[in-house]
Design a binder for this molecule. Structure first.
Ligand code: ZN
Length: 186
């Protein structure tokens, strides 16, 4: 079982994960202290949340809210239009690799393919950020849902659905609201 939550950014000058974090903050993302990610823009008092944890080997981690209005990575060339965007990203440094995770939260069942499109844009931004600082990364895409998790995962698996990450592709992992995302296993 994962045994740690909320690893902070390490702040080391040569840390690629921190460089990616700075790149994203500069582009308009918002850093989060909490390890619990929450869809607090959903109306009402009920939320979908997930917690980011690890096996004790995570060297550096940052959690960022990506779906910020006005972020430069959402520009489309038309002033009134922005690209869709997933809710959050997690950038982590592990001993052998950097992990770039896109996270979308849905209190109910996910609207598809809209949720896939949101995650795809999140991965695009993460790939640009890692490329921008000259670092490699292992991508992951998580869709947390409050309803119909198994049904959606079955459909995606049957289709062989994958998102793009540079020249690589990534499956969407559908998880339940309330889950922990073990970034060490990612
Ligand atoms: Zn760091």
């Amino acid at each position: 079982m994962p045994d740690r939550v909320g690893v902070p950014p390490c702040g080391q000058a040569d840390c690629r994960a921190c460089s990616v974090r700075d790149w994203l903050l500069e582009a308009g993302a918002r850093g989060l202290d909490s390890a619990t990610l929450l869809d607090d823009d959903t109306p009402g008092n009920v939320h979908c949340e997930v917690t980011i944890c690890d096996d004790g080997d995570c060297l550096c981690q940052s959690r960022l809210k990506l779906d910020i209005t006005g972020a430069t990575y959402r520009e489309t060339g038309r002033r009134s239009e922005e690209t869709p965007m997933c809710d959050f990203s997690v950038v982590a440094a592990l001993p052998e690799r950097n992990v770039a995770a896109a996270v979308e939260l849905k209190l109910g069942a996910a609207a598809w393919p809209d949720s896939g499109e949101q995650l795809q844009h999140g991965l695009r931004v993460l790939h640009d950020a890692f490329s921008g600082v000259g670092a490699h990364s292992t991508p992951r895409a998580y869709l947390a849902v409050g309803k119909q998790r198994e049904q959606l995962q079955e459909v995606l698996d049957a289709e062989g659905f994958r998102l793009n990450y540079g020249s690589h592709t990534v499956p969407v992992e559908v998880i339940d609201c309330g889950s922990c995302i073990n970034i060490s296993a990612a």
